[in-house]
Structure formats: structure tokens, C-alpha cells
Design a protein around this ligand. Structure first.
Ligand code: FUB
Ligand code: ZN
Length: 671
């Protein structure tokens, strides 16, 4: 087992210049962040209110009153799990509105904004973040506790429902935001808030104290991040405590539920952990084998487990990560890199159950898969991890946001018929057009924070090795065995698979490792004078590197006709097309309605052309295909060869669907 692990570079050292990705990042900065700031302040007309600033201000009034020994403002009588509430101008200023985890939306936004600020100063954005941070500081209780839901609806209930009430989830997002804000600006105000909340949590939970763990994971990976950023051991210990308590008997979720049940005279539950599979709390983490339950939670747990395995060199935990990885990506992942097939609980289904039309495939779950993959890559440069990371990123993550950055998908289906979505309640979770905002708005700011931190996913480094995972045009400052190097990574994967690495300045002895993408056919590398070795999907080039050295890689990028594993019922006798990292789909706009009548001819030659979609030039595919004619007659009829006519099949990148109005869409086509 590899003993030294790699780390991503700070965002300040990866300058993304890629034609496609720079546009996405600029879009986040110029459109998405201002839009989301307006949403967090309930200023987007026609959008579901966020209540973020509202709740912070309401909580701040409670905290101020408590400190001053004054009467508390009126509170919501019954704390509801969800309350979209009235329109913001008719809201009671002292009530809590929205989901219990509403605080996290603003924390994600702060993280995204901070990542942007770390690469480009922007006074207006900085002062908005400062306004958000000040609002958070004012909402923090004197003992460090911070969660507007409980501050407003009854602080006496804090930490009594870790299973469903997300305080530790909100804490995790707060910690992620605080580290990003501090790293971007040197301002530690939010970090201080986080330390105080973390200390409040650690006073209550830990070895020899109360047992407990998050119902929705993220605190684990956030605490490891806090530890890595500050070197403060107590946060690593707290993260590890949460991981170790998880799935052990007696179940802390059952125990806390029994307290509530006892109070209301209900019979108590058995306290064994095995019933908490949905929360990934059914087994001790080192024994886990299958990705189960709520998909975002599972991915965030895996990310925390991988952090722990790396930082604490825990072999058993690493093996569990590998088993969960296999289960999630080799048996339960869509071709688009989406995970979590069923809308029932936004969850993983059984292996091979990957329906296209009822798919859930939440944007956040694909983001979680990207987090998990990067962490696995830090332990081992293995092509499969980066392939999946790229698949999720270029397809489901991107699909989560419109090309103009103004609307979002939460659910990312692989087949859509708008008429069915509107009339069939089994499809009520599937939206044929992106939404401006959501009552549960977890995905939009999550996309913003991932894309704003894209630089952390391209490269990881350890002492004498720099590994290139994603080929995204950029300038990179790294070091090889302590010698600084400035590197130019030239690539344009939307166009072709040509990649070039040039040493712009510096010199050093060591290894540069390049991923050999799973999608490439034949490939060729030119790296004069370097010793080459291929292992686990990476090409390792060792030698002395100096200014002017280049590595040229040419990955052929054929259009590939893909089929699903025979055990996936949904993809039987169907084909989908991909090229490079992109999975393609057919839209009604280009192919007419009734896409199920199209018959793809997998052997037909595919032409790559460029088409403007939503203001962006994108590579599209054209190929000959057949379309069955609709003939009148009986619902069922004697089998006969269908009447078919030749058509040109027009496919666009999956992520770009639903940018030209409402219509049918299909990834998998009959063949
Ligand atoms: O529960 C918090 C977030 O809201 C989850 O991550 C999403 O799946 C959505 O349920
Ligand atoms: Zn989400």
C-alpha cells in the first residue's frame, strides 16, 4: 500500500484558463453568486423564498434578547420540518421558515464566494460575504451553539434529534465556509465562530461524554478539513469519534428517538443499529460493504471515511472505502455519473436498478461523488477514480445548472417526457425545466462551491510526484521535491484529446503522472528523456524536469456507442453515445417528439459538429438513424416489421439539455 498520500494544491496555485471551464467559473462569479445572494435575501421575484437572511436575523434577535435578559421574541409554536411560509413581505420577522437545514445554503454560498475571492479580489463580493458573516456571528449563542432553527424554535431541544435535524450538517457547511473564507482573505472571524461551535459540540459529544453522530454526514469531512487547515488535533478527534460511533449498538439514533417516544407515551424502539441503513448507521463504518440509503449522505460519509483513512493511515477504513466505491460506481451509478436512483428517500436503490425516467440522480449526490473520488485519488492515483470524477463533473454536476447560470436541476433524469412529468405523479420529482430556486435549495449553492473550487480537483501532489487527474487548461504552481515549478497544462477536451504539459520555469527531480482516460482509444505520449511506467490507469514519467521541457499526450477521442451491463433492465437493447468525458442525449428540439421511436444504428459513422446552445459553442453529434412511423390501428397488433424511415440523429451533450425550452429528452436510445 502506498504510504505517502497526495494533496490538492491551494486554489491560488491553479489558474484555470480553459475555454469551457473558465466560462463556467466566470458565470458562477458574475451571475450565479449575485443571483444566489439575492435568493438568500429573498429578493428573486417568482422564486421560492430562501429565508436564509431572515432566519439569521430572527435568531440574532433571540440571542440578543437572551444575552440582555429580556423577553424572547415570539416563536413558532410547532417547529415544522418544512414550512415554505408566507411570502417574505408577510412573514413574521421572529418566526423560523424553511427546512431545518436552511442555514447551510448560505454557508455553501460563502464557501463558493470565498473560493472565487481567493483567485480574484472583488470588493463588492467581499463585502457581501462580510455581511453574511456578520449575520452569522450575531446569530451565535453565547456558548457557541449556532443553528437558527433551534435558537428560534426552542434552544432547549438542541442536539436532541441528530438523526433528522441537521445541526451537525449545518455545522459541517459552516466549517467548510469558514476555512475557505479564512484561506481566501486571512480573515478568521468565521473560523472563530466555527471553533466556538465546534467546541460547544465537543463539550457534549466525545469519548467519555454523550455518544452521537450526524444523521446527515458532512461534519466528518469538514472537521478533517478544519484539522488540516489549522493543525488543531481536537477537530480530527471529534471527526473520528463521529465515524467510530456510527453504526454501533446501541444505536444513538434509536436512543434519542426513544427519549421522544417516552415523552409522548409511545412504545420504545429496539436499540440495535441495523434498522438505520438509510442513514448509513446500520453497521460500524469499517464493516460497510454496500452504498445504501440517502445518496448525498452516503457520498459525504465516504468522503469523511476516506479523509480519515488517509490522515490516520487506517487500512481497514480504506478497505471499507474501496468496497463502498465499488458498490456505488460499479453497480449503482448512471452513465452520467449520477447516483441515487430512487426518489423514495433520495436514495440508492438495489444494484443494477437504474431507471432512466424516474431517476433521482440528485445534483448534490454527483457532487458528493466528486468529493469522494478526489479523496480516493489522494490515497492512490488510480485511473478509475479520476474517470468517475470526470464523468460526474462533466455530466450530472453541469446538468444541474442552466448554461446561463439562472436556473437549476435538483433531479437529473436520463429520460424526460414533459407531458408525463406534468400528469404522472410517479414522476412529480422530475422537472422538465430547471427551476429558479427550491424550497430545499441544497443543490444550487453546492454547484457554486464545487465549480468555484475546481482548481482543487485537477492535480494532487506528494513530495516528488505531481499527478494530473483532469485535463483542464490551466497554469499551475507546484513543487517537486521542494523545488518550485510553474507549469502550463494545455488542453481542450471538448475539442480533442490533445494534452500538453510545459515547464514554464523551475526545475526538479521527480515524477509527473498523467491519467490515461478510460474513454481514450489509442494514445500516444512524447516525453523525451523520461523514464516511463504505466500503472493503474496513470502514466508515470520520471526524471529531471527543467524549464522548456514538454510532455505531449494525444488521447484519441472516438465517439463511443455504450451499452449497459446486462443486469440493468432499463438499458437492455438500448445504446447511448459518448465522446471524451461527455455523455450525449437526444432532445425533441433537434429530433422531433416521440424520441422512443428513434432507432440508433450503433455502427453508423458519427460526425462531430459544433452548435451554439444557450450561447455556448458545443460539440454535437450527427449520425444516420431510423425513425419508426406511427400508423393508426389497434393498441396491440400482429407482429410485423415496423415502417421506418431514415433520419439524421442529432445528439447534444447531456449537460446542455433543457436550455432551449421544454421538450422530450433521452440518453438511452433503442437500437
Ligand atoms: O438534507 C439536506 C439536503 O437536502 C440533502 O443533502 C439533500 O439530498 C436534500 O435532502
Ligand atoms: Zn441537492
Amino acid at each position: 500500500m502506498q504510504t505517502s498520500f497526495s494533496s490538492p494544491l491551494p486554489l491560488t496555485q491553479v489558474h484555470i484558463t480553459d475555454a469551457f471551464w473558465k466560462r463556467e467559473m466566470d458565470l458562477i462569479r458574475n451571475t450565479v453568486l449575485p443571483y444566489q445572494w439575492a435568493a438568500l435575501n429573498d429578493r428573486v421575484e417568482g422564486a421560492v423564498p430562501s429565508w436564509w437572511m431572515h432566519n439569521m436575523r430572527a435568531a440574532a434577535r433571540v440571542v440578543a434578547a437572551r444575552k440582555a435578559g429580556k423577553a424572547l421574541p415570539s416563536r413558532q409554536q410547532v417547529p415544522g420540518m418544512v414550512s415554505e411560509g408566507p411570502s417574505p413581505d408577510q412573514a413574521d420577522p421572529d418566526f423560523f421558515y424553511g427546512w431545518v437545514f436552511q442555514d447551510s445554503d448560505g454557508y455553501k454560498w460563502i464557501e463558493a464566494a470565498s473560493c472565487q475571492l481567493s483567485v480574484l479580489p472583488d470588493e463588492a463580493l467581499r463585502s457581501q460575504v462580510q455581511e453574511a458573516v456578520d449575520a452569522i456571528r450575531a446569530a451565535q449563542e453565547e456558548d457557541g451553539y449556532l443553528d437558527t432553527f433551534y435558537t428560534i424554535t426552542g434552544i432547549e431541544n438542541a442536539f436532541t434529534n441528530l438523526k433528522d435535524h441537521h445541526e451537525l450538517y449545518c455545522f459541517g457547511h459552516l466549517a467548510e465556509a469558514a476555512v475557505a473564507w479564512w484561506q481566501a482573505t486571512g480573515n478568521d472571524d468565521l473560523l472563530q465562530v466555527t471553533r466556538r461551535f465546534a467546541a460547544c459540540i465537543a463539550r457534549r459529544f466525545g469519548p467519555g461524554k454523550e455518544r452521537g453522530c450526524p444523521g446527515h454526514e458532512i461534519a466528518e469531512m469538514a472537521l478533517f478539513r478544519l484539522y488540516e487547515a489549522t493543525g488543531e488535533q481536537e477537530w480530527m478527534d471529534l471527526a473520528q469519534f463521529f465515524l467510530d460511533v456510527r453504526g454501533t449498538d446501541p444505536s444513538t439514533f434509536a436512543l434519542e428517538e426513544n427519549v421522544r417516544r417516552k415523552r409522548s407515551g409511545q412504545p420504545e424502539l429496539p436499540v440495535t443499529a441495523d434498522r438505520y441503513e438509510y442513514y448509513q448507521a446500520h453497521l460500524p463504518v469499517r464493516q460497510m460493504k454496500e452504498a445504501t440509503g440517502h445518496a448525498v449522505r452516503q457520498m459525504y460519509l465516504c468522503s469523511g471515511m476516506a479523509d480519515s483513512a488517509r490522515l490516520r493511515k487506517d487500512a481497514a477504513l480504506r478497505e471499507a472505502c474501496e468496497r463502498l466505491w465499488h458498490s456505488a460506481v460499479a453497480e449503482k451509478m448512471y452513465v452520467t455519473g449520477g447516483v441515487g436512483a430512487t426518489h423514495v428517500g433520495e436514495a440508492f436503490s438495489r444494484p443494477w436498478d437504474l431507471p432512466s425516467d424516474t431517476a433521482y440522480s440528485e445534483t448534490c449526490a454527483a457532487i458528493g461523488l466528486v468529493f469522494f473520488a478526489r479523496r480516493m485519488l489522494q490515497m492512490q492515483a488510480k485511473g478509475e477514480y479520476a474517470d468517475v470524477m470526470e464523468r460526474a463533473l462533466y455530466n450530472t454536476v453541469l446538468s444541474g445548472m442552466a448554461l446561463d447560470g439562472k436556473s437549476f436541476f435538483y433531479v437529473n433524469p436520463l429520460e424526460v417526457d414533459p407531458a408525463a412529468c406534468e400528469k404522472d405523479t410517479r414522476l412529480s420529482h422530475v422537472k422538465p425545466v430547471r427551476q429558479k430556486w427550491f424550497g430545499c435549495a441544497c443543490c444550487p449553492p453546492n454547484i457554486a462551491r464545487l465549480l468555484s473550487s475546481l482548481g482543487a480537483y485537477l492535480v494532487t501532489c506528494r513530495e516528488d510526484t505531481i499527478c494530473f487527474h483532469l485535463y483542464i487548461d490551466s497554469e499551475i504552481e507546484a513543487s517537486l521535491a521542494n523545488s518550485p515549478l510553474r507549469l502550463r497544462l494545455s488542453a481542450n477536451l471538448l475539442k480533442d484529446g490533445k494534452v500538453q504539459l510545459t515547464i514554464l520555469s523551475g526545475s526538479g527531480e521527480g515524477t509527473l503522472a498523467f491519467r490515461i482516460p478510460e474513454w481514450s482509444g489509442a494514445w500516444h505520449c512524447s516525453a523525451p528523456g523520461k523514464e516511463a511506467r504505466e500503472e493503474e490507469g496513470y502514466l508515470f514519467l520520471r526524471g529531471r524536469w527543467q524549464e522548456g521541457d514538454t510532455v505531449s499526450l494525444d488521447f484519441s477521442m472516438p465517439v463511443r456507442a455504450l451499452t449497459g451491463h446486462p443486469l440493468i433492465r432499463e438499458t437492455a437493447h438500448q445504446v447511448c453515445f459518448s465522446r471524451g468525458p461527455l455523455v450525449y442525449c437526444a432532445e425533441e428540439k433537434d429530433n422531433g417528439p416521440l424520441l422512443h421511436l428513434l432507432r440508433a444504428l450503433p455502427e453508423a459513422e458519427a460526425r462531430v459538429e459544433w452548435q451554439e446552445i444557450g450561447g455556448v459553442d458545443l460539440p454535437v453529434l450527427r449520425m444516420d438513424a431510423l425513425r419508426q412511423e406511427v400508423t393508426d390501428g389497434a393498441l396491440y397488433r400482429p407482429l410485423a416489421a415496423p415502417r421506418e424511415s431514415g433520419v439524421t440523429l442529432r445528439l447534444i451533450p447531456y449537460f446542455a439539455w433543457a436550455n432551449r425550452g421544454k421538450g422530450e429528452m433521452r440518453v438511452w436510445l433503442y437500437r
